[in-house]
Ligand binder design. Structure first.
Ligand code: NAD
Length: 513
């Protein structure tokens, strides 16, 4: 407990935390409903937060609108310098913030630290990007004309984030949008607001050191109601929302109705294909990390294992040897590999899914229990489950945000496995293990995996920030982080300049007055 108290102290977390911040100042300290944040690790009250009101929301939006007028005037590499300093501050606080991520969300410390490392990496990426926000130049069909395109800042970017990556997803959006010249309003998950409060404390000093105004990096603590205000607000040209497909459909509809832009990062139903040419030794670590890492609460968690019939029994046997030995426990304990689920509702959903899939004919091989006794008093620790199932089962078609791995047998060519892999509504991450070039290339081809992420000989989870991250179909179609994902945070403008003394029209049209 002392360790946690020190961490909270270092990160500026109080017993009751204000409802919003416009960067430097905090507001909403009194007279609001509060929400207690309990750690899924041991059930302790970490701290409480005030929940923002609709008036608080108005204050933030109007402050952000004013800040945009200042921030967009700063050259992009200078904005990059601010993001560089944020990255440095995150480096200083990596250990403490990583611990808080772990304690508030329940992921193991290594993953908590990894999440903060991702934030640092995206800061570095954004610094370089700040000198490269480039468009194309095109040759004009008209003589002595020049045509090019440029990218301008959008305005306010609203970021709605999920509990399972409480801080990294914000940084992917905020650091890129920041160098692009946008101002950001972040609504973190109501389940994990303290890490957001901590991030805001971390960047506050950078804003103050650089004499920046209020309103560039804002945070608002609230639930779906605040999220819905954002989605419906025409003053916010882009909403980036990460969470369930259910939420994404509502947000996408609201933003679409006002013809705003949305970037949706929603649920996955990710599969690994194991062909008979797979290096099983290598595959095993990827499968287990993918299925039980973060206790199955990653959007890229491995949910389905599509195994060739010739290696099916062998794979099953190996998994059944590993699963009973998985160290399940407190996420801050360095020997733990599997932490708790976020709350009791998640435990209910886990057990409900197992019951349902068994009714459909699924064969539960191992797991599915709630752990009890010393260290497990919260009722949020479960034993990861493996179920033999068929791809068309209702439960296999759904994303259950918990450690359930479905084993699905296929026979014949890799095309059959690819058809199963693609045969779900979601399209986030996918992977194949095979040492046969024909199989791996088929998987990567235009008739192969239909997901936004397709990996060969690595698992479905654990993406790097350099690539564009996101998925198709019910996953929402958005792309964040690396490659040219930055473009969504800017508006594109095509410019044609005439440096002749004539006024020729395009397409040779004659129009003489
Ligand atoms: P959730 O949908 O319950 O909540 C996500 C966020 O949306 C929260 O901040 C919540 O307050 C807000 N929200 C909920 N309803 C809303 C509404 N009607 N209008 C506006 N905002 C609303 O998701 P969760 O349980 O926090 O996270 C788990 C889900 O997130 C999983 O489905 C997971 O796959 C997905 N996820 C996807 C990615 C990705 O990049 N594709 C990354 C992380 C998590």
């Amino acid at each position: 407990r002392q360790e946690i108290t020190d961490v909270l102290h270092q990160l500026g977390i109080k017993e009751v935390n204000p409802a919003y911040s416009t960067g430097l100042e905090w507001g909403g300290t009194e007279g609001r409903t509060t929400r207690d944040i309990l750690s899924p690790a041991d059930g302790s009250l970490i701290a409480s937060v005030n929940m923002a009101t609709a008036e608080d929301y108005e204050t933030i939006v109007s402050t952000a609108q004013e800040a945009f007028k200042v921030w967009r005037m700063m050259p992009s590499p200078k904005r990059g310098e601010i993001v560089r300093q944020i990255g440095e501050k995150l480096r200083e606080h990596k250990e403490a913030l990583g611990k808080l991520v772990s304690y508030e969300m329940g992921k193991i410390l290594q993953e908590g630290l990894g999440e903060v490392q991702e934030m640092i990496d995206i800061c570095d990426f954004a610094v370089g990007l700040s000198r490269q926000l480039h468009g194309y130049t095109m040759h004009s069909e008209r003589p002595q004309h020049r045509m090019y395109e440029q990218y301008h800042p959008l305005g306010i970017v609203g970021v709605i984030s999920a509990f399972n990556f409480p801080v990294a997803v914000w940084s992917w959006n905020a650091m890129l949008a920041g160098v692009c010249g946008d101002v950001i309003i972040w609504k973190p998950s109501e389940k994990t607001p303290l890490t957001a409060v901590a991030c805001q404390h971390i960047i506050r000093d950078v804003l103050a050191d650089n004499d920046l105004p209020e309103g560039i990096f804002n945070v608002i603590i609230g639930d779906a109601e605040i999220g819905s205000l954002m989605a419906n607000d025409t003053r916010i040209p882009l909403i980036s929302a990460t969470g369930s497909t259910r939420m994404g459909k509502k947000v996408g509809e609201a933003v679409g109705a006002r013809l705003g832009k949305s970037l949706l990062e929603l649920g996955g139903n990710n599969a690994i294909i194991l062909t008979e040419n797979a290096d099983l030794e290598m595959a095993m670590n990827a499968i287990v990390f993918g299925a039980v890492g973060t206790c199955g609460q990653r959007c890229t968690s491995t949910r389905r294992l599509i195994i060739h019939e010739n290696v099916y029994e062998q794979v099953k046997e190996r998994l059944l040897k590993v699963y009973p030995k998985l160290p399940i426990g407190h996420p801050l304990d360095s020997t733990t590999l599997v932490g708790p689920l976020i709350d009791k509702d998640a435990v209910k959903a886990f057990q409900g899914a197992l019951k349902h899939v068994q009714k459909e004919g699924g064969n539960l091989l191992i797991g599915g229990d709630i752990l009890e006794g010393v260290g497990y008093e919260t009722g949020t620790y479960v034993t990861p489950a493996i179920v033999e199932a068929e791809n068309h089962f209702e439960m296999v078609q759904e994303e259950t945000f918990a450690p359930i791995l479905y084993l699905i047998k296929y026979s014949g060519d890799v095309e059959n496995a690819i058809e199963l892999q693609n045969g779900v509504k979601q399209g986030l991450s996918s992977s194949i293990f095979s040492t046969n070039l024909l199989e791996t290339e088929a998987f990567l081809s235009h008739w192969g995996s239909d997901c936004g992420i397709a990996n060969v000989n690595i698992g479905t989870s654990g993406a790097e920030i350099g690539g564009a991250f996101g998925g198709e179909k019910d996953t929402g179609g958005g792309r964040e982080s690396g490659s040219d994902a930055w473009r969504i945070y800017m508006r594109r403008q095509t410019n044609t300049i005439n440096y002749s003394r004539e006024l020729p029209l395009a397409q040779g049209i004659k129009f003489d007055i």
